[in-house]
Design a protein around this ligand. Structure first.
Ligand SMILES: C[S@@+](CC[C@H](N)C(=O)[O-])C[C@H]1O[C@@H](n2cnc3c(N)ncnc32)[C@H](O)[C@@H]1O
Length: 282
């Protein structure tokens, strides 16, 4: 387990993932019944942008810093509001110090009656996550394999909620593991909402994964892709999210958001691309 999200916190992929995560949760809390958020690969919770890892790569400068510098178009103000609120303002001196991971984004959006189950396998990161969230009575951190934990935590007693699966893609069979975990989870809890993250690097693997989702028999599977540069050159330039049972408005909102994200986060001189489409409909 070499992957460390601290090198990538606040980059273009985090912007897309966390903006849509905050928006989906915001829709879900419009209903009064409590809900459960399950984060199978939770990371640290909050990232120090002044730390060695973030400073070495500077990826956040082409992610959240660009979003901050751009004017959010009025048509996107509502869509971006929950995410920007979760990210919070810069320091009084105008400097960025920290960036929220998915647990902190969810903590920000969710209500006192909601619950969060956060899995993190790396022992040091799990300890850091426990320290970060320890004062929040809604949170339970499991220092265990997030895929395996799904068998134990689904379906949750709340009977409504969102599962985020955001693996590091260090293993060559991660797409297979992700698809298998999704199908097992859906069999246990078909009415839950799910959000799966993956990199756009290996076109064949992405195609097989999408075909697997489309053929699975699951309904309402939405695919969102964003490329901010050339996928075959240099560092990761694209990522995808697959949603199962997303809020009804998400497709339309993503179609408005993605062109602006592509334009705002584009790598200089490189073409961008985005897609939003149903892999499986009603
Ligand atoms: C991409 S990062 C998570 C980022 C986080 N979801 C966010 O958006 O802020 C992936 C995390 O999964 C952890 N991890 C790797 N394998 C795992 C597993 N099998 N179960 C749980 N966590 C795992 C890594 O240590 C890493 O912190």
């Amino acid at each position: 387990m070499n992957y460390r999200h601290a090198f990538h916190a606040g980059n273009f992929a985090d912007v897309l993932k966390h903006a849509l995560l905050a928006r989906v949760l915001t829709y879900m809390i419009a209903k009064p019944a409590p809900l459960r958020f399950v984060d199978t690969h939770a990371g640290l919770g909050v990232y120090d942008l002044t730390g060695d890892e973030a400073t070495r790569t500077g990826e956040w400068r082409d992610g959240i810093a660009r979003i901050d510098a751009a004017a959010v178009p009025p048509a996107l103000a509502d869509v971006m509001a929950p995410y920007l609120a979760a990210v919070g303002p810069r320091g009084a001196d105008g400097a960025w110090r920290s960036y929220p991971g998915s647990p902190a984004v969810a903590q920000w959006v969710l209500r006192p009656e909601d619950r969060l189950t956060l899995c993190e396998l790396h022992p040091e990161d799990a300890e850091a996550l426990k320290r970060e969230t320890g004062r929040d009575p809604r949170v339970r951190v499991l220092a265990s394999d997030g895929y395996a934990a799904l068998n134990a935590v689904l379906p949750p007693p709340e009977r409504r909620g969102l599962v985020l699966v955001d693996p590091p893609f260090e293993k060559t069979d991660e797409f297979d593991r992700l698809l298998a975990a999704m199908l097992r989870a859906h069999a246990r809890w078909p009415t839950g909402s799910y959000m799966l993250w993956y990199p756009l690097k290996n076109r064949a693997a992405v195609g097989r994964f999408a075909a697997g989702l489309a053929r699975s028999g699951m309904k309402r599977v939405l695919q969102v892709h964003l490329l901010v540069g050339d996928p075959d050159a240099g560092p990761l330039a694209g990522c995808g999210l697959a949603f199962v049972n997303p809020p009804y408005v998400l497709k339309g909102e993503a179609e408005t958001l993605l062109p602006w994200l592509a334009e705002t986060l584009a790598r200089p001189g490189q073409a961008t691309e985005w897609t939003v489409r149903w892999l499986a409909g009603e």
